[in-house]
Design a protein around this ligand. Structure first.
Ligand code: NDP
Length: 256
């Protein structure tokens, strides 16, 4: 294995939700490996802070304020990234939300909002970058699933449906675009300390201790735990890896 297998110099990566949490952890890893980064999110101040941080590390970065549920905005985002950064090689579909309610209490607008943000956005962004990846001779798509891609939870009907869907969507892209040298894989995070789960810990009694007890690594994940998997799945090192769903969970999913 040559060091060049993990080299992303000259590559351009789009990271949705890259202004915080797991997306920022992945963006930092991709930048460290040499990629230029487009941070895609709605909160401009948060995105600018992420861009400034990545630039300080020596990599190129831009912010493209975009609601990833909006087809026209996503198309404009892809067009701007290709124009300003010159190409698109890597797409991380990471933007996500949760609304924690049991199925009988979730209303249709809440269902639609979670599905649009977590699942339809991956379809829109993947479709929008496909021509540029094909033109570049290949590409890498990394979709963020969840333990809810595998398990159920009483409080996560739309979230679990979206995250199960993301795994199947990943497999379809992997099959459809293999001939274009595009690899598509999913990453399934365990319980990671981010803004999203800070809210979960407030809303679900005893969650913090249950996660510690259930996770063989006996800790919550940090966003730094996502740099390595992002670089692997974005680099030539993973050229024969496609359609997979890889847990990054401290062993949560194999604990009996
Ligand atoms: P955060 O809340 O920290 O990050 C979510 C990101 O998504 C934000 O950067 C937000 O940016 C962006 N986002 C949300 N809605 C939109 C939208 N409509 N358009 C553009 N960007 C949007 O959460 P995490 O880092 O925890 O979550 C990242 C991903 O990881 C999600 O898909 C989540 O489901 C998944 N995950 C997280 C786990 C965890 O334990 N933390 C476990 C398993 C999966 P902005 O506000 O600027 O729009």
């Amino acid at each position: 294995m040559k060091a060049g297998h993990f080299d992303l110099s000259g590559k351009v990566a789009i990271v949705t939700g890259g202004n915080g949490g797991i997306g920022l952890g992945m963006a930092r890893g991709l930048a460290e490996a040499g990629a230029a980064i487009a941070i895609v999110g709605r909160n401009e101040a948060k995105s600018q802070a992420a861009v400034a941080e990545i630039e300080r590390s020596g990599a190129r970065a831009i912010s493209v304020v975009t609601d990833v549920t909006d087809k026209a905005a996503v198309a404009a985002m892809a067009e701007r990234v290709a124009r300003e950064l010159g190409r698109i090689d890597i797409l991380v579909n990471n933007a996500g939300i949760n609304i924690r309610k049991p199925p009988h209490a979730l209303d249709i607008d809440e269902w639609n909002s979670v599905i649009a943000t977590n699942l339809t956005s991956a379809f829109l962004c993947s479709q929008a970058v496909y021509p540029a990846m094909k033109a570049a001779g290949g590409g890498k798509i990394i979709n963020i699933g969840s333990m809810m891609s595998i398990f159920g939870a009483s409080f996560a009907p739309a979230y679990a449906a979206s995250k199960g869907g993301i795994v199947q969507f990943t497999r379809s892209c992997a099959c459809a675009w293999a001939a274009d040298n595009i690899q598509a894989n999913a990453v399934l995070p365990g319980w990671i300390d981010t803004d999203l789960t800070k809210r979960a810990r407030e809303q679900i009694d005893g969650l913090h201790d249950r996660v510690l007890a259930r996770t063989p690594a006996a800790r919550w994940g940090g966003i730094e735990d996502f740099a390595g998997i992002a670089v692997f799945l974005a680099s030539p090192a993973s050229d024969f890896v496609t359609g997979t769903a890889i847990p990054v969970d401290g062993g949560y999913s194999i604990m009996g």
